[in-house]
Design a protein around this ligand. Structure first.
Ligand code: APR
Length: 296
C-alpha cells in the first residue's frame, strides 16, 4: 500500500472513500465533518440518521468506523470514524490508531482501493499534531489491507510539514533494518535467546536501578538498530502495546529494542521497566519467530 501526504481539502479528493472526522452522534459538526456534509449534501445525513435509527442507536463509539454514501462528493463512500478527544493521563494512542485500523477494515469491506484520511482528532479534539502524525503513519503502514493508496490530506502547511516529517520516522526502511539484522552473526542470536531463557521470575519482578547479572546480560545482547528511536517512538502504538509486535515486521522489534537499550543510557530503569511489563519478552519473541523462520 502506498501512503501519500498531500496538502488540500479532503472534500475534493478523487478517491473511492473519504474518511470523516466525525463525532459519535454522526449528525454533523464543524471542521472536516461540516465540510463533508456541506459539500456532500443531504444524502449523507439521511443515511447517518438511518444508522442512528438502526444498530447505531447509541451513536458511533470512539475508534470505530461506519460507511455511508458520499452524496455529491467526488468519492463513492464516506467512512465516518470518531477520534479520541485528547485527554492527558488517558490512552489516546490506542483509540486514534483504532480509527485508522477500523477505517481500513471498512474500506476493505467496501472494496475501496483509494482512501483519503484527514488528520483525525487534531482539530476540535486537540490531539497534538506530532504524536497524531506518528500514530497515523505507523498504524497505516502496519495494517494489512487491500487498499492500494492511502492519502493523508492536510488542510494547512503546519499539519502537512508535521506529517511529512513523521513519515521520515519510518526510515530507515524495514528492508534496511532487516538486512542489518540478517548481517548479525549466529552467536548474537544464541546469546540473546540464551540470556532471555536464563531470566528468573525474580529478575522480572523488580525493575531496580542495579540490575541482576542476568538482566544486564540480556540488556547487552539485545540488538539495537541505528534508527532515530526518539522520533520513531513518539506516538508509536507499540510502546503502549508491545503485543502488536506479533503482527509487525521484525524491523519494529529492533526499533523497539533500540528504544529501551538507548533509553536506559538517558534514564536508569527504562530497561528494567521494559523487562517488568513484558516489552522485552515481546521483542525477544518476535525476533525468535523471525530467526526460526530462517530470517537470519
Ligand atoms: N480537509 C482536510 N482537512 C481538514 C478540513 C478539510 N476540508 N477541514 C478541517 N481539516 C483539518 C483540521 O485542520 C484538523 O487538522 O482536519 C483536522 C481535524 O479537525 P476536525 O475536523 O476539528 O476534527 P477532530 O479534531 O477530529 O474533531 C472532531 O469536530 O467537526 C467536529 O463533528 C466533529 O465533533 C467532531 C469534532
Amino acid at each position: 500500500m502506498r501512503i501519500t501526504v498531500v496538502r488540500g481539502d479532503i472534500t475534493e479528493q478523487q478517491v473511492d472513500a473519504v474518511v470523516n472526522a466525525a463525532n459519535s452522534s454522526l449528525l454533523g459538526g464543524g471542521g472536516v465533518d461540516g465540510a463533508i456534509h456541506r459539500r456532500g449534501g443531504p444524502a449523507i445525513l439521511e443515511e447517518c440518521r438511518r444508522l442512528r435509527a438502526g444498530h447505531l442507536g447509541g451513536g458511533l463509539p470512539v475508534g470505530e468506523a461506519v460507511a455511508t454514501t458520499a452524496g455529491d462528493l467526488p468519492a463513492r463512500w464516506v467512512i465516518h470514524t470518531v477520534g479520541p478527544v485528547h485527554t492527558d493521563g488517558q490512552d489516546n494512542i490506542g483509540p486514534l490508531a483504532s480509527c485508522f485500523r477500523e477505517s481500513l477494515r471498512v474500506a476493505d469491506e467496501l472494496g475501496a482501493r483509494t482512501v483519503a484520511f484527514p488528520a483525525i482528532s487534531t482539530g476540535v479534539y486537540r490531539y497534538p499534531l506530532e504524536e497524531a502524525a506518528c500514530v497515523s503513519l505507523w498504524t497505516l503502514a502496519r495494517t494489512p489491507t487491500s487498499v492500494e493508496e492511502v492519502r493523508l490530506v492536510l488542510f494547512d502547511q503546519k499539519a502537512y510539514d508535521t506529517f511529512d516529517r513523521a513519515r521520515e520516522a519510518l526510515d530507515p526502511s524495514d528492508a534496511q533494518v532487516e538486512a542489518w539484522l540478517r548481517s548479525l552473526p549466529d552467536a548474537t542470536w544464541l546469546e540473546l535467546f540464551d540470556a532471555a531463557d536464563a531470566l528468573t521470575d525474580e529478575d522480572r519482578d523488580v525493575a531496580r536501578p542495579v540490575y541482576p547479572d542476568r538482566v544486564r546480560r540480556l540488556y547487552r545482547s539485545l540488538p539495537g538498530a541505528s534508527v532515530d528511536w526518539m522520533k520513531w517512538m513518539r506516538g508509536n502504538p507499540l510502546v503502549s502495546d508491545p503485543s502488536l509486535l506479533a503482527g509487525a515486521p521484525v524491523a519494529d522489534a529492533a526499533r523497539l529494542a533500540t528504544v529501551y537499550v538507548r533509553g536506559e543510557r538517558f534514564n536508569d530503569g527504562v530497561f528494567g521497566r521494559a523487562v517488568q511489563d513484558g516489552s522485552v519478552d515481546a521483542i525477544v519473541r518476535r525476533l525468535r519467530v523471525w530467526v526460526g523462520q530462517g530470517g537470519c
